[in-house]
Structures are given as structure tokens and as C-alpha cells.
Design a binder for this molecule. Structure first.
Ligand code: TPP
Ligand code: MG
Length: 313
């Protein structure tokens, strides 16, 4: 028989009393991630909300070792940590970066690309909450089209599409990369396990609920995260050496507005005269989904051909 709560964490790797906001994705992410990675892990943290949440010693949240580093430098720092551990023969210690979207899509992108291209044996986890939340909700290149932030206020809402980080990552030919949602914990935990057990540079991108930044009720955080997946705003998929595989295909077609309407950062989209923007977002989302489906199909066709040719035997 399955336990009543199959996600009940037996061996907590975080201390109680996190200083995160109510409904913040960072704490839930850290709790589940660390429960799988275990104590034999070194976390490398560039500046983000999580630097504050995990805190300086002795106020640390994570029970494992933590290295706080510069905004732009987490993959370079992690490279050094990895090399030092390997030199000491500690090859089974996991090195895990936990970074925000600002530290990943923008400021740390060059270091990320370098470490990924070198194939460093590092797990990179990015909590994509769609803005520089820790310093007061400034726009990043992950901020969704149409969102209001403090640097895109009022009618100056963001008018460009977010960067396709996963596309950039796929181009690095990584052994494993995946998108994850805290509303789909079983899927998230399975991907963390797979990433943990893969050698080389791995990346997990997690949709990060942020009640103050997204202007949602803390109690709605997971519900909104679930709607983002159901509406295909945040599709769940895995990429293995440029081969895409969708992890979840929603049964019903849920319009994007069913998710956006809960978030105050999109409130203006529902005002008179702004209907076209909602349609533009829907079209963008539909096109991206079709692209993912096409990439998945390509992968399946290649696999059939490869099997016929005997490559996988
Ligand atoms: C070089 C540098 N510039 C600016 C900052 C200030 N700063 C600290 S955290 C942060 C926001 C980080 O945003 P993100 O990476 O998205 O993580 P989040 O706070 O949203 O979790 C900024 C701008 C800094 N620490 N270092
Ligand atoms: Mg952020």
C-alpha cells in the first residue's frame, strides 16, 4: 500500500523557519530538492531571493554546505568547487547551483554557457519567477510578455517575449535538462532524481510562484502554477542531447487567460481595448507548444530510424 502522503519527506535536509514570503516557490523547491540530493551536496548560490532565504551561517536553511557567490559567477564558482572535490576524491558529492532567472537568463548566462559547454559535472537549478524579485520586481529577460514590473510599470508593461532559455540550453547538447513545476511534485521529484543520477552538466528549470511579484494570493500559488502547465504557458518537458520529450500533455485546451486572470501583474490585459494582447499571448503559447510537439515527433522518428539501423542494440 502507498503511504498516505507519498511526498512526506522522512529525512528533512532543511531547518524549520524559512524567511521566504508566504507562497514562495523557493522554499518548497529547496525542501524537495535537498531531500533527494541529501547531505552530501555543496550548494552554490548566486545573488537571489534564495541567498536571503537560506541565510548566512548560522541562520542557514539548508543542512548541507553552502557557498554564496557573485551574481555572474555561480557556474564558475561551482566549477572550482567541483574540481576541488574531485581532487580530494569526493566524486560522489553533488555540486548544485540554485539560481534565479535574473542570475541565469541575464547576468550569469555567459558563465552558464561556459560550464555547460565544458560539460562540468554540475547540477544547475533555476527558479524562474520571471523577474528580479529580491530587489523589488525588476524586469528580466524571463519576464513574460505583458507583465507589469517596477521597471515596466503601468502602460509600460513588458512588450517583448521572454528568452527561450531551454532552447539555448538544448543547443549545448546537455545529457539532461528539464522543466518542472511545483504543482506537479511527482514529476518534479522524478526529474531531480534523474538529474542527480546523470553525469555531466544538467539543468532543471522550475516555474517559481512569487505572490508579491506576480500579485497573487499566497494560497493560490500552487493553483496558479498548475494552471500555467494546463494552459501550456509553462510546458513540462525533458531534453536529452537535443531530443525533446513532453512530460505532460493537458487533456483539455485551457485558454491562457484562465491562468493570467489570477495574477495582478496581468490585470491591465483584461481592460477594455487590450483583448488583442491576450490573443497575441495565446498565439505565442500555441506556436511554442506546436514547436515542442514537432521536436518530440522528430525525436521519436529518429529513434525508430536509429533502432532500425541498430544504433541502440
Ligand atoms: C552584480 C550585482 N548586481 C545586482 C545585485 C543585487 N541583486 C541581488 S539579488 C537580485 C535579484 C535576483 O533576481 P533573480 O536572479 O531573478 O532571483 P530572485 O530574487 O527573483 O529569486 C539583485 C538585482 C547583486 N547582488 N550583484
Ligand atoms: Mg527571479
Amino acid at each position: 500500500m502507498k503511504p498516505v502522503n507519498e511526498f512526506l519527506i522522512q529525512d528533512e535536509q532543511v531547518f524549520s523557519g524559512a524567511v521566504s514570503c508566504r507562497g514562495c516557490g523557493w522554499s518548497l523547491l529547496a525542501r524537495h530538492l535537498s531531500s533527494i540530493l541529501g547531505p552530501n551536496t555543496v550548494y552554490v548560490l548566486p545573488a537571489s531571493c534564495f541567498s536571503i532565504i537560506t541565510g548566512p551561517y548560522p541562520l542557514n536553511e539548508l543542512k548541507a554546505s553552502v557557498v554564496h557567490t557573485l551574481f555572474a559567477a555561480a557556474p564558475a564558482t561551482a566549477t572550482g568547487v567541483r574540481a576541488a572535490l574531485d581532487r580530494q576524491g569526493k566524486k560522489d558529492t553533488t555540486v548544485c547551483i540554485m539560481a534565479g532567472d535574473g542570475g541565469t537568463f541575464d547576468i550569469g548566462l555567459q558563465a552558464l554557457s561556459g560550464a555547460a559547454a565544458r560539460g562540468e559535472n554540475i547540477l544547475y537549478v533555476v527558479n524562474d519567477n520571471g523577474a528580479y524579485m529580491n530587489t523589488g520586481i525588476q524586469t528580466s529577460t524571463a519576464t513574460p510578455y505583458g507583465a507589469v514590473t517596477t521597471t515596466n510599470p503601468g502602460t509600460g508593461y513588458k512588450k517583448s517575449w521572454p528568452k527561450d532559455l531551454m532552447g539555448i540550453i538544448a543547443a549545448h547538447n546537455l545529457p539532461y535538462a528539464a522543466t518542472c513545476s511545483l504543482a506537479f511534485l511527482e514529476d518534479f521529484r522524478a526529474k531531480v532524481k534523474r538529474a542527480r543520477d546523470t553525469e555531466g552538466f544538467r539543468l532543471l528549470m522550475v516555474d517559481g510562484p512569487c505572490p508579491p511579484g506576480h500579485k497573487i494570493e499566497p494560497g493560490d500559488a500552487i493553483h496558479v502554477a498548475r494552471l500555467a502547465v494546463e494552459a501550456r504557458l509553462f510546458p513540462l518537458y525533458e531534453i536529452e542531447r537535443q531530443h525533446y520529450k513532453l512530460s505532460y500533455k493537458p487533456d483539455a485546451y485551457l485558454p491562457v487567460e484562465e491562468c493570467l486572470k489570477y495574477q495582478g501583474r496581468f490585470r491591465h490585459l483584461f481592460q477594455e481595448g487590450n483583448r488583442q494582447m491576450l490573443e497575441d499571448i495565446q498565439e505565442h503559447v500555441d506556436r511554442h507548444w506546436r514547436k515542442l510537439e514537432a521536436l518530440e515527433k522528430l525525436h521519436m522518428e529518429e529513434e525508430v530510424t536509429d533502432k532500425k539501423a541498430g544504433y541502440f542494440i
